[in-house]
Design a protein around this ligand. Structure first.
Ligand SMILES: Nc1nc2c(c(=O)[nH]1)N(C=O)[C@@H](CNc1ccc(C(=O)N[C@@H](CCC(=O)O)C(=O)O)cc1)CN2
Ligand SMILES: Nc1nc2c(ncn2[C@@H]2O[C@H](COP(=O)(O)OP(=O)(O)OP(=O)(O)O)[C@@H](O)[C@H]2O)c(=O)[nH]1
Ligand SMILES: [Mg+2]
Length: 475
């Protein structure tokens, strides 16, 4: 790390704001700061340059950024100094806290670059924090998740991850594997003492309890709850004119989609993100699904059916004021294999007590503990029943989620967990079947490597680049 370049970038978002920060990290950070910084001296920055020869770590200096070539003052600033290794990157870090505006920040950055820094790549500060060993890969990924988090729940997951919860779990599983590996290696080295070096029953038990079960649990938690980090894909489907676009607008609390009494109003997809009870949701309004000869509608309907496959939850909308039609039945056939909620709309047009004739298969199973209704009756036009629908969307999707468990692997983790699980299971059955210890040892090693990938212990350079390329510059 010590001989890598000194990097610099604007760390705050583009545009005007309160303050903007330029970050510098690397062995020349302090020298560069000394060249362009003048400590304040009364109100005249360039009369008497009082740049400290030695910056004290973790201090904030008030002063000016001055171009030493011509004495031009670029801005009045605060300078933060963090001397290695007590910094984000474990290198010398200097932050210039300036006024925020595109011109002033670019001018300061250019001056810093002229004095020997190079522009940082996206995510390069965090990559250095990872390469220096200050954080593992799951913690680096959590930095992006924090930046991208749109709801409080997503943020909770990311902050738990940055504090190392996934890291701790994976490390404990790996410890168990190392233990078994040591025993199998001993059994390989001293085949005559196998009885003494390895107790096969207890080895199988350890793999089952300490590895297989724990990995299965993490994979399940991904499946049950990854929507909390990646977003829940909700699709509104139904025949024309039942009120799909009206529902979309009502959930968004704004007039986003065009609503008219004319069936076939929505032709294309309308996708928006919103927060439903803390769940980040991507909601899609689609063209009304029905038999038609209209070529534009046919295209929209074809796309809607493709979208159904991709959705996590379907809001299947019908019109309470009319009997079910063949189109409704056709739609049911297309969505019945997915998670769906029946939303019976236009309740204002029928008596309060009206019981619609809806097939049982279209209803949600009653679950007393969640007090889930079987269907939702709405009058979207008058914003009735929509709040209950929000509750039901949350209840249905959070069904498998354990609230106390904020460990939610991402897709990359899950794929590595699956590989680790497979290798560990193969080791366990190998031990039971008397497979040679050489092969068992290879399985355990493979499991260790797959889990090590999650933490970034064993990982390919291209995967690292892929992860850090998701960052913005200055992070
Ligand atoms: N101004 C500023 N704010 C920021 C950051 C930053 O780099 N600069 N961060 C950037 O993401 C985040 C905070 N994360 C940080 C994590 C570790 C260290 C750090 O210096 N760690 C050292 C020393 C710890 C100590 O002295 O207590 C270490 O762990 O060795 C700094 C920031 C969010 N806010
Ligand atoms: N009475 C009543 N009318 C409603 C309700 N919801 C929507 N409507 C009306 O039904 C008509 C159709 O609404 P839209 O939201 O455009 O229906 P859609 O399902 O998106 O229709 P397409 O895009 O054509 O498939 C509009 O005139 C709405 O004002 C409701 O709860 N009650
Ligand atoms: Mg519509």
């Amino acid at each position: 790390m010590t001989n890598s370049a000194t990097i610099a970038a604007i760390a705050t978002p583009a545009g005007s704001g309160g303050i903007g920060i330029i970050k510098i990290s690397g062995k020349d950070a302090l020298t560069i700061a000394a060249s362009v910084f003048r400590k304040s001296c009364g109100r005249t920055p360039n009369s008497e340059p009082r740049t400290p020869n030695v910056f004290e770590s973790h201090r904030l200096y008030h002063g000016y950024v001055v171009n030493p070539e011509n004495g031009r003052v670029l801005d009045e600033i605060l300078l933060a100094v963090m001397v290695a290794p007590y910094s984000y990157t474990r290198e010398d870090v200097v932050e210039i806290h300036a006024h925020s505006g595109p011109a002033v920040l670019t001018a300061i950055l250019n001056l810093v670059l002229k004095h020997g820094a190079r522009l940082a790549d996206p995510g390069e500060f965090t990559k250095r924090a990872y390469l220096s060993g200050r954080i593992d890969l799951t913690q680096a990924e959590a930095v992006i998740d924090i930046i991208n988090a749109k709801t409080e729940k997503s943020l909770d997951i990311a902050t738990a991850q940055i504090r190392g919860n996934i890291k701790a779990h994976i490390e404990s599983v790996r410890d168990s594997l190392f233990h078994i590996l040591a025993e199998t290696e001993a059994a390989i080295d001293f085949p005559e003492d196998v009885e003494e070096t390895i107790d096969t029953d207890s080895a199988v038990e350890v793999i089952q309890n300490q590895v297989v079960d724990k990995l299965n649990k993490l994979i399940k938690q991904y499946e049950n709850a990854h929507f909390l980090r990646d977003g829940l894909k909700v699709l509104i489907a139904g025949r024309p004119n039942v009120g799909k676009s009206s529902l979309m607008n009502c959930l968004l609390r704004k007039d986003r989609a065009i609503v008219t009494p004319i069936p076939g109003t929505t032709r294309d997809f309308i996708e928006e993100t919103l927060n439903i009870r803390g769940i980040p949701v991507t909601i899609t309004d689609t063209a009304g699904l029905h038999e038609t000869d209209d070529p534009v509608e046919i295209l929209g309907i074809k796309k809607a059916y493709e979208y159904i496959e991709d959705a996590d939850l379907i809001l299947f909308m019908t019109d309470l004021s009319q009997p079910l039609t063949p189109d409704d039945h056709e739609i049911y056939e297309k969505i019945s294999h997915k998670n769906f909620i029946l939303v019976a709309n236009k309740a204002d047009l029928v008596e309060e007590k009206f019981e619609p004739d809806i097939p049982d298969a279209w209803k949600l199973p009653i679950s007393p503990e969640l007090r889930k209704p079987e269907i939702i009756k709405t009058s979207v036009r008058y914003d009735r029943g929509v709040d209950a629908l929000r509750d039901l969307i949350a209840a249905v999707s959070m069904g498998g989620y354990d609230d106390k468990n904020t460990i939610i692997p991402n897709l990359r983790h899950k794929l590595a967990l699956e590989r680790g699980l497979q290798a560990a299971s193969s080791a366990a059955s190998g031990i039971q079947n008397g497979t040679p210890f050489e092969l068992i040892s290879m399985d355990i090693q493979e499991s260790l490597d797959s889990l090590g990938e999650i933490l970034g212990i064993t990982i390919r350079e291209d995967i690292l680049d892929q992860i850090f390329s998701r960052f913005c510059i200055g992070k």
